[in-house]
Design a protein around this ligand. Sequence first.
Ligand SMILES: NC(=O)c1ccc[n+]([C@@H]2O[C@H](COP(=O)([O-])OP(=O)(O)OC[C@H]3O[C@@H](n4cnc5c(N)ncnc54)[C@H](OP(=O)(O)O)[C@@H]3O)[C@@H](O)[C@H]2O)c1
Length: 259
Amino acid sequence: MTVLVLGATGRTGRLVVDGLKARGVQVRAASRSSPVRFDWDDPGTWGPVTKGVVAVYMVTPEDPGFRAELVGSFLERADGVRRIALLSGLSAGYGSVPMASREVPVRRSGVEWTILRPGAFQQNFVVPPQSGELRLPLGPQPRTAPVDVADIADVAVGVLTTEGHAGRIYGLSGPRALSYSEILEIVSRQSGRPAVYVDEPVERWLERMRADGVSKKALSWSLETFDAIRRGEYARLHDGVQQVLGRRPRDFADLVSSG
Ligand SMILES: NC(=O)c1ccc[n+]([C@@H]2O[C@H](COP(=O)([O-])OP(=O)(O)OC[C@H]3O[C@@H](n4cnc5c(N)ncnc54)[C@H](OP(=O)(O)O)[C@@H]3O)[C@@H](O)[C@H]2O)c1
């Protein structure tokens, strides 16, 4: 049994490759820069990577402009694939199109599918901002329950190598919600570099992003995400790690203190 891992050089993909290999599974690790080349924008690369493959860990690019129909076209050509674990995101749960639209072709594919919906990754927060200020228009006291990428990868490996996960959607969070100020306190203490959260007016934030050349699509997806953070969507706890692995997810403070 060969398992194809897309996004194999990325944060979760590389850990999924290691986790599968540790269980003796034959792995084909693919991405644009991997020796096994796979490019969502080059259908000529799709056939060779799926030859002899029975299961796929599917990662799509973070870019909100990614065309979700490519997922369907890819799956139509992936004849022998019987199982898929799709890395989606928490935003699909509140109907945000960039992530929700990628789930549709997977659910319609007719193969055993499982969808992983992590919230923000803990690894997004481990380095304190250079300026000492994290300026975002998230309200006075935003909270989030970020999840460790190693837990996401462990869940993916579990889903791909054990039974009972077909047709399941697993929300993935850390074990507790933290305010952005608490998160910055934790990383500041560890690094010795003080950092604080600043609730920036949205117009000021938009000006800065436009000056940095951020695309309209990316800006509107960010604003949608910010609204969701303000509503508390990212502070909710999800028990996917417990359900698949039978253990608690890793706490952000433990990740930071382990270096
Ligand atoms: N960051 C978060 O907090 C968060 C939260 C929830 C969900 N997500 C979702 O997680 C996914 C990203 O997963 P990740 O963090 O494990 O990966 P990542 O670290 O963002 O790396 C992206 C991976 O995809 C490959 N890739 C990028 N563009 C590609 C393309 N056009 N064709 C083929 N491969 C491509 C990259 O390798 P090459 O450059 O070699 O191609 C790399 O292996 C995104 O869908 C994102 O929306 C992220």
